[in-house]
Design a protein around this ligand. Structure first.
Ligand code: AMP
Ligand code: ZN
Length: 119
């Protein structure tokens, strides 16, 4: 069924605690944790507890949870004190865009200057 946990999914395992992560925020529908290979002083991943392969499919199926993800990203930005200087929320979608984990996730990046356009 759509949204059900996937046995072979790394971020489903972070959600259940089977794979350890440094959690920074939890809500009823989302979990936020530090990226294991940070690309900025603040690099936090925000994931829905439910499993969808990418952000667009999450938004199409469960728009409220997609909105929850963005609210959580804003709360983490404030918690990490990058809301004043600026931050970026990234949803890599598809291998050609660098997606490597196929459980929807937002990257929250901040704490340094962020060039535009990105690479
Ligand atoms: P993406 O390439 O957009 O799919 O993002 C996947 C992100 O997950 C990468 O930035 C990885 O560094 C990060 N990552 C992979 N494994 C872990 C893990 N066990 N805990 C935290 N972050 C992870
Ligand atoms: Zn998953």
């Amino acid at each position: 069924m759509a949204g059900e946990p996937q046995a072979d999914c790394l971020f489903c395992k972070v959600v259940t605690g089977e794979v350890p992560a440094t959690l920074v925020r939890e809500t009823e529908t989302t979990v936020a944790f530090r990226d294991i290979n940070p690309q900025a002083p603040t690099h936090v991943l925000i994931v829905p507890r439910v499993h969808y392969p990418d952000a667009a499919s999450l938004a199409a199926a469960e728009p409220q949870i997609a909105a929850d993800l963005l609210v959580a990203a804003g709360e983490v930005a404030a918690q990490e004190k990058v809301d004043g200087t600026g931050f970026r929320i990234v949803f890599n979608t598809g291998t050609g865009a660098g997606q490597t984990v196929f459980h929807a996730h937002a990257h929250l990046l901040g704490g340094r200057g962020l060039n535009w356009p990105p690479g």
